[in-house]
Ligand binder design. Structure first.
Ligand code: NAI
Ligand code: MG
Length: 326
């Protein structure tokens, strides 16, 4: 069966790292059909719209989407696209690689972040010039879906349960419901959990990241804590992510359009190529996904490396080395 892959390179280095990831996918000679579409600052300048309807529709219908990065229009593009694929969890691995300078080289974490609600649900008001409010939404349904995914995630791989990061001691109703729901799903499934207050987590993960493995969090906490973990493993050029939905998914590097280096051909393609490996896993191509992970790891360790990792290779050099190692 042919899988249709929407490819949305976006702006800046998105235009460089996305073709690199497609090159790697094409090298595997699988039954994938790539359809490219536009989104971001450049298309907004041309047409007035950052996310053309046809791009939204393509993502909503394709089996999976590979997304690069956009610039200032990020919120107008990525939030609707996550909704287009009906994504309820954002999977963000943060792993240090051998040969890459990292603050904490022993880091190997996976964040499973709730992707639809919390403080990002969009219920924000400016009541007066001087007063604004935000309503935080937590539902049993979204918490259950996340928890069920987390249970399957730790079951399918080599993990002893997961940690729930929350702040239920203060946000008793919202994080209270989140914690209680996630724990009860894990109980039903016989999956071990522990829990940690998210502020304490921030300190503990910096001091010793090996205390944690899979971390399940509400939306904002997952966003912030996974970026913190990016700092522990050597920067944004390495972090992939998967927005997983029930029937489709959207895969993207955590980084943005990097205007400071865009157009120079030196962006590190690793984050996007590993995101493409997560796409393969999602579609059931497990062996191929493992092969891509291995080729990226060897290349990070033995080179060539892009300038962000201290090397002088181009995006193309690194991509070719990864393809050769496949
Ligand atoms: P950024 O992630 O684009 O760049 C931060 C720093 O990391 C820069 O110095 C950049 O050169 C470096 N960097 C990032 N990715 C790299 C890679 N693959 N290889 C080598 N170096 C890399 O974040 P920044 O500068 O805060 O934002 C730039 C633009 O990107 C903004 O307009 C922002 O709105 C947008 N953005 C878009 C996102 C998305 O599309 N999902 C996510 C984050 C930011
Ligand atoms: Mg973020």
């Amino acid at each position: 069966m042919t899988h249709e892959i929407a490819v949305i390179p976006g702006d800046g280095i998105g235009q460089e790292v996305t073709p690199a990831a497609v090159e790697v996918l094409e090298a595997l000679e699988l039954d994938l059909a790539f359809v490219e579409a536009e989104a971001g600052d450049a298309v907004k300048e041309e047409t007035g719209e950052a996310l053309p309807q046809e791009t939204y529709d393509l993502a909503a219908e394709a089996d999976a989407t590979l997304f690069g990065a956009v610039g200032e229009t990020a919120a107008d593009v990525i939030l609707p696209l996550r909704e287009a694929v009906d994504s309820f969890v954002n999977v963000r691995p943060a792993k240090a690689y051998p040969g890459v300078d990292a603050l904490r080289p022993e880091t190997d974490l996976v964040f499973l972040r709730e992707n639809t609600e919390g403080v990002y649900a969009g219920h924000e008001d400016r009541l007066t010039d001087d007063v604004s409010t935000l309503t935080r939404v937590v539902t049993k349904l979204a918490s259950r879906e996340l928890a069920e995914f987390a249970c399957e995630y730790v079951d399918g791989d080599d993990h002893d349960g997961f940690t729930i990061a929350h702040k239920a001691n203060v946000m008793r109703e919202t994080d209270g419901l989140f914690l209680e729901t996630v724990e009860s799903v894990a109980d039903e499934r016989g999956v071990e959990t522990d829990d940690v207050l998210m502020d304490a987590f921030a300190t503990r993960v910096c001091l010793d990241p090996t205390q944690f493995d899979v971390v399940v969090c509400p939306n904002l906490a997952g966003d912030v804590l996974s970026d913190l973990a990016a700092g522990l493993v050597g920067g944004l050029g390495l972090l992939p992510s998967a927005n997983v939905g029930h029937e489709r998914g959207l895969f993207e590097p955590v980084h943005g359009s990097a205007p400071d280096i865009a157009g120079e051909g030196i962006a590190n393609p690793a984050a996007t190529i590993v995101s493409a490996a997560m796409l393969l896993e999602y579609l059931g191509y497990d062996e191929e996904a493992d092969a891509v992970h291995a080729a990226v790891e060897t290349t990070l360790e033995e080179g060539p490396r892009t300038p962000d990792l201290g090397g002088d290779a181009s995006t193309e050099d690194v991509t070719e080395a990864i393809v050769d190692r496949l």
